[in-house]
Structures are given as structure tokens and as C-alpha cells.
Design a binder for this molecule. Sequence first.
Ligand code: CMX
Length: 137
Amino acid sequence: MNISHIEHIGIAVKSIDEAKKYYEGVLGLKCYAVEEVKDQKVKTAFFKVGDTKIELLEPTDPEGPVGKFIEKKGEGIHHIAFAVKGIEDALSEIEGKDINLIDKSPRKGAEGLDIAFLHPKSTFGVLTEICEDKSNK
Ligand code: CMX
């Protein structure tokens, strides 16, 4: 598998507006995009840190994946996302190694990336995403 870098770290928060006071006011990062991902029942906010981003995730529905996560575990790191080249091949390779895939084929995520999740029970407790930017940005 060809992983180039950590694309982003997803952090579950109850309120993006509240959390922004820390990321902008204390860490001095700049929020450059806010986007709702309706099918995931979240609002997202992005901050760049070198080649990696911080993705804040605020639930829009308590029954969505992030709403359930906050209810159970509280705010905190929700997932880690690795940028790969060739996401379809990466998924076939991962499936061949007996890892439980949440997404057997890529779907569209925030920022137009092709994304797929690996179940945390197969990945030592860390919800893991692989993603690929197929645009020519
Ligand atoms: N990290 C680590 N463990 C997690 C987890 C997370 N983010 N979310 C759930 N779990 C654990 C739970 O603690 C639970 O463990 P126990 O059985 O030991 O208690 C187990 O996984 C099952 O949890 P659950 O609450 O019953 O939740 P579900 O099975 O309904 O769903 C998951 C869990 C990971 C399959 C689901 O959240 C999912 O499909 N996630 C992928 C999509 C997603 O997270 N989208 C939001 C982000 C979208 C974006 O970035 O744009």
C-alpha cells in the first residue's frame, strides 16, 4: 500500500464554534472550510497543520456516528486518516489481510475526497480512514 502522509485527524466536538476558540484563539490555526456531510450526520471544520489537517466533527444528529461516539466516550480523537495512492487497490489489499472494512468500496467524503473506513475492532481501537484526492488541486 502506498501511504504518503497523514491526511487528517478527526476530532469529535460538541460544538465547532466553541472548539474553534481553542484551535484559533490558543493554537493560532485558521479554519479555512466548514462543510456539512449530510449522509454522515456531521458538520466539519478544517485547519491546516503542514501537510496534515485537523478535522473537527460536530454531530448534526445524536444517532449519527459522531453523536453516538460523543455520547459513549465524550469529546476527543475520533479517527485518523491516511492519504493513499490507489484507494481501490489499497482496499483490496486490506481486505485480503482479514481486516474488517466498514466501506468495501470508496465513497465521497468531505472536501470531495474518496474515502473508506476500517473498523476500529480490527485496528487496535483506532477508527482508521484511508482517502485519496483524485482532483488535480
Ligand atoms: N474509535 C474507536 N472505537 C470506536 C469508535 C471510534 N471512532 N466508534 C465506535 N467505536 C467502538 C465503540 O466504543 C464500541 O466498542 P465496544 O463494543 O467495546 O463498546 C464499538 O466500536 C461499536 O460501537 P457502537 O457505538 O455500537 O457504534 P457502531 O457499531 O454503531 O458504529 C462504527 C461504529 C465505527 C462502525 C461507525 O461509527 C462507523 O461506521 N464509522 C465510520 C463513519 C464515520 O465515523 N463517519 C463520521 C466521520 C465522517 C467524516 O470524517 O466526514
